[in-house]
Design a binder for this molecule. Structure first.
Ligand SMILES: Nc1ncnc2c1ncn2[C@@H]1O[C@H](COP(=O)(O)OP(=O)(O)OP(=O)(O)O)[C@@H](O)[C@H]1O
Ligand SMILES: [Mg+2]
Length: 484
């Protein structure tokens, strides 16, 4: 970047830097900025023209609305479907912000739940845009420098540390929260702290997670301008031309979600419709509780290490196990050996490797096979859980299956499910309950779940078994026999 010819004109008001200035003063400022390589200065109020003229890119309607909202509103929230160009747009907002404001007066701070997301998603897009537009300054993996000064950076601040954003003192601060659903409370607070003046902006963008979450609250708040994006709004579903080279969401992808999870699923709500999934009244485990548990990091646990094993019978789906320690789900194992003996060998290996001290396994059908197959394991308590049996309280639950499901509903509030995958979360939320003729909790048939979600909820069943504690624990447990 070449050095400017003279000192820049004063920029001493507290508002938009063109506001209250005479045309001559603005012209002087532009001249100086242009000499400094800041050709984008002309576009401080024209993000769309900036993108076309400076970078040569096109956007579709909702992307344009986001950019204009960042210009016009202090806080913009974008709950949206999968692959509609959210991160792309957020990156363009960042680049436009830094390229069009006077150097030294603007700053962009970005965050996302993980460092990987910061670097590989948003900053990858920022780097691309910077290179394509040959924009001012220098951009590395997660930072933008102009004249040796840091003007933009991406961080995954440590949880609970509101001050990670401190030390940011620029007149024009833009904070971008990508994948906003997973951004911890401390970062939301930090974002507010560094955007106190009316010149500053916050853009929170991402998939909706669950009703009542921080992101949901923000999207309902009057302080935020909210732009909801459904997959069906996007160019592959409308007459609008697809921006060149944009692999946006299409009908094939939406159909896949429909088949795999069903149109009632939280996933369809969030990733296709861009809406916050609500808790079904007839759902056993509320989606909001699962989502909260997925954010509840309890750190290392010291309790017993338990494996829950859902054994696939002949011709059935996979054999799946979950391992938990204390209140934390640790790892999922899928056993794919073609023979039952092979599966058992794999299970045994996983038990020994993880130091499992208790095994809860589904004893229906192939349960006997498990107990015989693992009888040489020492130091592992084995519990055969037969969900067809009567419940411990026969007036409350129609059978043990209902009791085990209900156990999750009543205890998930203290569990750390940060380690579970999306599929397991969906399966966990799938089961519905009803009151039977005797007024007891009954769970719908597994076949009905299977039909609705397009497969067996094996992983959720294994997770349930991992956390399940027999109600008479302490004394010898029913259905319990120890090999130790
Ligand atoms: N207007 C555009 N022009 C060119 N490419 C685009 C445009 N919008 C998006 N893309 C590209 O489309 C792909 C998907 O966009 P992006 O990652 O921004 O979507 P997203 O909504 O953030 O997706 P996710 O739901 O995975 O977070 C990316 O490769 C991005 O570069
Ligand atoms: Mg994205």
């Amino acid at each position: 970047m070449s050095l400017p010819p003279d000192e820049p004109p004063e920029d001493d008001d507290g508002h938009n830097w063109t506001e209250g200035k005479s045309d001559d003063e603005i012209a002087d400022m532009y001249e100086w900025l242009e000499a400094a390589g800041m050709v984008g200065a002309h576009y401080v109020n024209e993000p769309l023209e900036w993108l076309t003229d400076r970078v040569g890119e096109a956007v579709w309607t909702k992307q344009a609305q986001i950019l204009e909202s960042v210009r016009d509103h202090k806080r913009t929230a974008v709950p949206s479907a999968h692959a509609v160009g959210k991160s792309f747009t957020a990156a363009r907002a960042a680049a436009w912000w830094l390229d069009s404001h006077p150097p030294g007066s603007a700053m962009v701070v970005t965050s996302a739940p993980t460092f990987q997301q910061v670097r590989a998603i948003l900053w990858r897009e920022i780097r691309r845009c910077h290179a394509k537009g040959n924009l001012v300054g220098y951009v590395n993996q997660t930072e933008w420098h102009i004249n040796g000064e840091l003007v933009g950076f991406g961080r995954k601040p440590p949880d609970g540390d509101e001050d990670s954003f401190q030390g940011i003192h620029a007149q024009y601060v833009l904070v971008i929260l990508d994948e906003a659903s997973g951004v911890p409370e401390s970062v939301w607070a930090g974002a507010e702290k560094v955007t106190t003046t009316s010149d500053c902006r916050i853009l929170a963008i991402g998939n909706p997670d669950y009703e009542g979450s921080r992101f949901d609250q923000v999207c309902r708040s009057e302080a935020w301008h909210t732009i909801t994006i459904s997959a069906f709004d996007s160019p592959n579903f409308t007459d609008e031309p697809l921006p060149p080279g944009a692999p946006l969401v299409d009908a094939d992808w939406v159909d896949g979600i429909k088949v795999q999870y069903g149109i009632d699923s939280p996933r369809y709500m969030a990733q296709v419709l861009g809406q916050f999934p609500s808790d079904r009244l007839d759902g056993v485990v509320p989606w909001s509780k699962i989502s909260e548990a997925r954010l509840r990091d309890l750190g290392d646990q010291s309790g017993e290490i338990v494996m829950g094993l859902d054994v696939a019978g002949p011709g059935e789906d996979e054999t799946v196990a979950w391992i938990r320690q204390g209140d934390k789900a640790l790892a999922k194992h899928v056993f794919r050996s073609p023979t039952p003996e092979g599966v058992l060998a794999e299970v045994k290996q996983a038990i020994l490797k993880a130091g499992v001290t208790r095994l809860n396994y589904d004893s229906i059908g192939v349960g006997h096979f498990v107990s015989v197959g693992l009888d040489d394991l020492r130091g592992v308590s084995m519990t055969a859980v037969n969900v067809a049996e009567a419940a411990s309280d026969k007036a409350r639950w129609a059978n043990k299956r209902a009791e085990v499901h209900w156990f999750v509903r009543e205890n998930i509030g203290s569990w750390d499910l940060t380690g579970i995958d999306d599929v397991t979360a969906e399966q966990l939320a799938a089961a519905q309950w009803f009151e039977d003729t005797k007024g007891r909790v009954q769970i719908e048939k597994k076949d009905d779940i299977r039909k609705r979600i397009g497969g067996s909820p094996d992983s959720a069943d294994a997770l349930q078994l991992a956390f399940w504690v027999e109600p008479h624990a302490g004394s010898a447990m029913s259905g319990f026999w120890s090999m130790s």
